[in-house]
Design a protein around this ligand. Structure first.
Ligand SMILES: *Cc1c(COP(=O)(O)O)cnc(C)c1O
Length: 337
């Protein structure tokens, strides 16, 4: 199967599996797992935060961040397209009584900072208390500029907001910009990283922040049932991913650019409205094509992708090389003929 659905479908490589099977483990709820402790320490140093916590998923990392920064009746400002607004089952509202204040994302993924300032509620009992600005990088495959992050940081300092980054794919952003991860992370009070996407670990995310913040998150993680025992087996995969799988993201980006250029050879498919910056390729599909039937026919030929509404998102990752893309184009051409 050639799987374009997501970079979450990546399989752990042999070396990662070997490290995982040999990992020293202990009961992490007691703080006894040396491999989890190593990952959390490594992550804190690498990303420039006081402390880190290893959690089950990016969704849990975002939820812990929101619950640790905000109290019941607070709100956070985020993008209309933000994962932690749109794709996390409303967890902040459901489980934290924290209200999201979504604002439109511009085509480049930014939220207009003047609109952020305008959305900060005055200190008045009519309003929820605005506590935090949450950005996402990459967002829809787009990279936020360092200049923008710096401006957003100044804003959050000026207005006393916490500044959170949903960095599920932040390494794709760092690789696309050609900068050390700290050039991005330095602008935030807290940040998440998904180890289980392009970085290729099977399970897990990291949340980073101050000592006090991570201590709060640790209590909340337990409350949510996210305390794991011999989690070092998973953490070993995460450590391997951070140490070995960052530079290779550039290949995924190159493959995404190649895929986008070749997509346009298919009649009725058009990727030109969307600039490829990282590993996500977006395209429009002409209404004359039955996209459900097309993806079904492709699936029967060993190519897996998620149909959208007259469009699609295709994702490149370590399980897809250039010949897979050529193969995909050939099979698609035959299907469309
Ligand atoms: C995937 C993703 C998440 C959630 O990660 P899971 O591990 O799937 O829960 C959060 N934010 C963004 C931007 C993501 O892409």
């Amino acid at each position: 199967m050639i799987d374009f659905r997501s970079d979450t479908v990546t399989q752990p490589c042999k070396n990662m599996r070997r490290l995982m099977s040999n990992a020293m483990v202990g009961d992490d709820v007691y703080g006894d797992d040396p491999t989890v402790n190593e990952l959390e320490h490594y992550s804190s140093v690498k990303h420039g935060f006081d402390a880190s916590i290893f959690v089950t998923s990016g969704t849990q990392a975002n939820l812990l961040a929101i619950l640790a920064h905000c109290e019941r009746g607070d709100e956070y400002i985020c993008g209309q397209g933000a994962h932690n607004y749109k794709y996390e089952a409303g967890g902040a509202a459901v489980l934290g009584s924290v209200q999201p204040q979504p604002l439109e994302n511009l085509p480049n993924g930014e939220i207009c900072l003047e609109k952020v300032v305008a959305a900060i509620k005055p200190n008045d009992f009519h309003f929820a208390r605005t506590k935090m600005l949450s950005l996402e990088n990459t967002i829809g495959g787009k990279v936020l500029s360092l200049a923008y992050l710096s401006e957003a940081r100044s804003l959050t300092k000026k207005y006393g907001l916490q500044h959170h980054l949903d960095g599920a794919r932040v390494y794709n952003a760092a690789v696309a910009l050609g900068v050390d991860i700290k050039e991005i992370s330095q602008h935030f009070d807290s940040m998440t990283v998904c180890l289980s996407k392009g970085l290729g670990a099977p399970v897990g995310s990291l949340l980073m922040g101050s000592f006090e913040f991570i201590e709060k998150a640790r209590r909340l993680r337990k409350m949510l049932g996210g305390g794991m025992r011999q989690a070092g087996i998973l953490a070993a995969g995460g450590l391997y991913a951070l140490k070995n799988n960052v530079e290779r993201l550039e290949q995924d980006h190159e493959h995404a650019r190649y895929l986008a250029s070749r997509i346009n050879e298919l009649p009725g498919f058009d990727s030109t409205p969307y600039e490829v910056q990282t590993n996500l390729v977006f395209l429009n599909v002409d209404s004359s094509i039955d996209i459900q039937a097309f993806t079904k026919a492709m699936y029967d030929k060993g190519i897996n992708m998620t149909p959208g509404y007259q469009g699609m998102r295709l994702v490149t990752h370590s399980g897809i090389d250039k010949s897979d893309i050529d193969n995909f184009i050939d099979v698609a051409k035959a299907n469309l003929a």
